[in-house]
Design a protein around this ligand. Structure first.
Ligand SMILES: Nc1ncnc2c1ncn2[C@@H]1O[C@H](COP(=O)(O)OP(=O)(O)O)[C@@H](O)[C@H]1O
Ligand SMILES: [Mg+2]
Length: 223
């Protein structure tokens, strides 16, 4: 699905990520962990072609990102649902319109029943008409997840989806991500919450990637 081959990235200062080689195979579940500022969000941006690597190769669905046209990138993005760290909504629009936005932007009309099912699945059916500012942190995260998957992506990248939510809500979000994985989607969750990763290990066979000293390594069982 997504692979990195000897990728390095820097924003213009020193190198932030170096010698990153890994493959997110279809149907896999990965966590990406590492301290704040270590480059988790940057890695995700490389993985959905928001950033181009400084050197090395990122391949999305068997195509090297540098060879992609803007249209190709837009098409690849439809196959990758992203839950951003800084979840943003259009505050004047109801939840339904916000969740449907990716469809609207791409000129597609969704089936209203699918939207209802999706909102029910994330437990927000009763808030369909609510405006984003009235939602709690956990509701916003679930709305962001619904929006990320409305196009039916193959891959879901979630950036600190349980930041700012309590433990019970974290578990609920984790359960949704595990269910998506069981449906066959490839999942990558960036988080610094090691308890969440420990909890996940009893539910799904997940690999844990750790950023340390600019490199990304597979973590052992010693979390
Ligand atoms: N657009 C940018 N320009 C310059 N530096 C940036 C930019 N975005 C992030 N950084 C820096 O890159 C480092 C890694 O950031 P980030 O990928 O957000 O880490 P994490 O998600 O692990 O907290 C930080 O030091 C951050 O300040
Ligand atoms: Mg981050």
């Amino acid at each position: 699905m997504i692979s990195f081959e000897n990728v390095a990235y820097n924003y213009g200062g020193g190198e932030l990520l170096s010698e990153v080689s890994l493959r997110l195979a279809a149907g896999s579940f990965h966590f990406l962990t590492g301290p704040s500022g270590s480059g988790k969000t940057t890695f995700l941006k490389l993985a959905y072609a928001e950033l181009m690597p400084t050197s090395g190769h990122v391949t999305l669905f068997d195509r090297e990102v540098r060879t992609l046209t803007r249209d190709d990138i837009a098409n690849s993005r439809r196959r990758i649902g992203v839950v951003h760290q800084d979840v943003q909504f259009l505050d004047h629009l109801p939840l339904t319109a916000n969740v449907q936005l990716p469809l609207t932007v791409s000129g597609r009309a969704g089936d209203p029943r699918d939207l209802t099912d999706l909102l029910d699945w994330v437990g927000l059916g009763h808030l369909a008409d609510a405006r984003p500012p009235s939602l709690s942190g956990g509701e916003r995260q679930r709305a962001a997840l619904a929006r990320a998957i409305i196009m039916g992506p193959d891959v879901v990248l979630a950036d600190e989806p349980t930041g700012n939510v309590d433990w019970e809500m974290s578990l609920r979000l984790l359960k949704l991500l595990v269910e998506l994985n069981r449906m066959g989607k490839t999942i990558l969750v960036a988080t610094h919450d090691l308890n969440l990763i420990r909890q996940a290990k009893s539910q799904v066979s997940a690999r844990v990637l750790r950023i340390s000293k600019r490199r990304i390594q597979l973590a052992g069982a010693d979390l």
